[in-house]
Design a protein around this ligand. Structure first.
Ligand code: ADP
Ligand code: MG
Length: 478
């Protein structure tokens, strides 16, 4: 594979989180009975007129200002004509020459501290199509038009990515951003956030781009990476065997982990785009843009920097905490309770909590341990009520729903022993019971100390304060 350069550009479709559709009042809620949420406008019945959803426009502008893009003051909806059973009108209302969001850019982080700027060509508003269902009826396909007319923001990148890893980092970044902006719920399983990857290869040093294939049907970041890697290999082998890549749309099959040809690629002029005569151009004033800009929330990049500056987090941890909005909200909610304990808090969130969530397949927003419960746990370690080790037991019990930190410590008798008299008694017993090891220690075998610490901790059922045990043991053994 050496000598070849990969070139990738992504088209991301984000369903906008409006309650009603982009040109009608029908609901956008996911999961309803088929064909109960498509009204006359979504079906394009004769005599109906589309009315633009103002909120969808605001959301597109929010995205535009967040990526420092030019917002066009005048943007136009166009009809993209094609026939497909899930598109009853025979055309999709989209934008072509004058999209709402123009050129912008976003920075992605790769490994520790390494950044790359990725150009965004444009982002335009359009309506989603319905869905064809091929797996419910033996001899027929079903058509569900509930999705028809759901607002989409199509975000088109420049061909700036050079590896599957970079493409995934970019897609994750956009995913994180639209969730921060609260313009898309980001649910990839439900199709609220979809990626098409355009992939080509060329010899290093070539300044012309190679012919690309467009990969569709990718519904997770893992599959995005796999689909691109498969496709890159396929193209290189093809060219090295004397063949030629043809411009086409290819479907990714996650079960077989391969891409296969779906159709030859249309050119824009196949669609006979023209301005939709039913819709007026959208006029956006500087004032509209300024007021949306003023309402932007703190964005992942800014949060990350603040975490580094205020809490001394590493670049890596700050990125992990800030990239998922719900994780950041969790962290900040816990911090309110115990502002001085940011370091252990970060460790617990990214360590035990993340592990437990992962194992249970849960999102942090529905974690059975709330931010307040976690901060109380850390407070009890900090004030020496329990040791870090016992805290893991308490964490487990809280996860199982046994109650608050203090209730669990009380009920299970987990309070740490910090009374030095009590610890001394434990130590004396252990020393008396193990004369041989005492000899070894006195003969210079320092390692035996670990054995004694272990014995004492065991006798106290993990409750003796480990620092005190260490200090007193050393003293007594000498
Ligand atoms: P279309 O809308 O017909 O798919 P565009 O010209 O809008 O075509 O490009 C779509 C995407 O393909 C963009 O993200 C762009 O960066 C990417 N792209 C264009 N040419 C190439 C290429 N040769 N290799 C990889 N990606 C490309
Ligand atoms: Mg395309």
């Amino acid at each position: 594979m050496s000598g070849w350069e990969t070139v990738i550009g992504l088209e991301i479709h984000a369903q906008l989180a409006t309650r009603s559709k982009i040109f009608s009042g029908a609901s956008t809620a996911y999961g309803a009975e088929p064909n109960t949420q498509a009204c006359a406008v979504d079906l394009g019945l004769p005599g109906v007129l589309p009315v633009l959803n103002h909120e969808a426009v605001n959301m597109a502008i929010r995205f535009g200002v967040a990526i420092d893009a030019e917002i066009d003051h005048r943007s136009v909806f166009a009809r993209k004509n094609y026939f497909y059973p899930d598109l009853p009108k025979g055309y999709q209302i989209s934008q072509f020459e004058l999209p709402i969001v123009g050129k912008g850019h976003i920075s992605i982080s790769l490994t520790e501290g390494e950044h790359r700027e990725i150009g965004i060509t444009r982002a335009h508003l359009e309506e989603d199509a319905g869905k064809s269902i091929h797996d419910q009826f033996p001899e027929q396909s079903g058509i569900d038009l509930n999705r028809a007319g759901t607002p989409l923001l199509e975000i088109v990148s420049e061909p700036d990515m050079r590896s599957a890893r970079e493409a995934v980092a970019y897609a994750r970044k956009i995913h994180s951003l639209v969730r921060y902006l609260e313009i898309c719920d980001g649910n990839m399983q439900e199709g609220s956030f979809r990626c098409d990857a355009n992939v080509s290869v060329r010899r290093f040093g070539d300044d012309q781009l190679g012919t690309r294939a467009e990969l569709k049907n990718i519904n997770s970041f893992r599959f995005l990476e796999r689909a691109i890697n498969f496709e890159v290999e396929r193209q290189i082998e093809l060219i090295e065997d004397g063949g030629r890549v043809v411009q086409e749309t290819r479907l990714y099959d996650s079960q077989r982990d391969e891409t296969r040809s779906m159709r030859s690629k249309e050119e824009a002029n196949d669609y006979r785009y023209f301005p939709d005569p039913d819709l007026l151009p959208v006029q956006i004033s500087d004032q509209d843009i300024a007021s949306i800009r003023a309402q932007l929330p703190e964005l992942p990049e800014q949060k990350k920097q603040r975490y580094i500056d205020d809490f001394g987090l590493s670049n890596y941890n700050a990125e992990l905490l800030s990239s998922n909005r719900d994780t950041a909200l969790y962290f900040e909610a816990a911090l309110v309770e115990s502002p001085q304990l940011s370091t252990p808090l970060v460790n617990w969130i990214l360590g035990d909590l993340a592990g437990a969530l992962n194992k249970a397949g849960l999102e942090i927003s529905v974690a059975p341990i709330t931010p307040i419960m976690l901060s109380q746990l850390i407070t009890r370690i900090d004030d020496n009520t329990i040791s870090g080790k016992i805290a893991k037991q308490v964490f487990e019990a809280m996860w199982q729903g046994e109650g608050s930190v203090d209730a669990i410590i009380e009920a299970r008798g987990l309070k740490q022993i910090t009374d030095s008299g009590a610890i001394e008694t434990l130590i004396d017993d252990v020393i008396t019971a193990n004369p041989e090891q005492v000899e070894q220690f006195r003969a210079g075998k320092e390692k035996v100390l670990g054995f004694f610490v272990g014995q004492v901790m065991q006798q106290s059922r993990g409750k003796a304060n480990p620092a005190q045990v260490n200090a007193i043991l050393r003293d007594k053994l000498k």
